[in-house]
Design a protein around this ligand. Sequence first.
Ligand SMILES: [Zn+2]
Length: 158
Amino acid sequence: MRAADERFWAKVIKGPAPGDCWFWVGAISDDGYGRFTLNKNGTTRAVRPHRFAYYLATGVWLDDMPSLMHGCDEPTCVHATVDPSSHLMPGTHRENMLDRIKKMRHSNGTGLRYWGVGRAAQADRSRRIREELLAHGWDSERIVAIRFNHDPDTPTLF
Ligand SMILES: [Zn+2]
């Protein structure tokens, strides 16, 4: 698995602060989640990067892993650790859904719009974050602009 995790981390850009997201900048699927290909014993398998990151952090293999929730609501975030700073935590599918509903209900309109948009928009958003990171590296303002749907090239009016 050595080569796989080197390949994996080569496609991740981490924010500078301990609580920042670690964004996957490799392939992104049409649902807005990342895609990472594992080659094992001559077979290939496409996996979710956040699940692979969780495996690297915890040692829990993909087939034995529960569904994971993104505390940060970033589908391409792979910030998995074994302590409470982890952006990924296990949850059942039902918990996942309830969590989404709860967040939408409490959303103040500045964030978490992600869950209200369609698949194509989710994929587009994930890809824009990736392009931004690849073009400019980690620039918090620009990332926040995309995350919260502000246009970074439009000046604010105050
Ligand atoms: Zn995150």
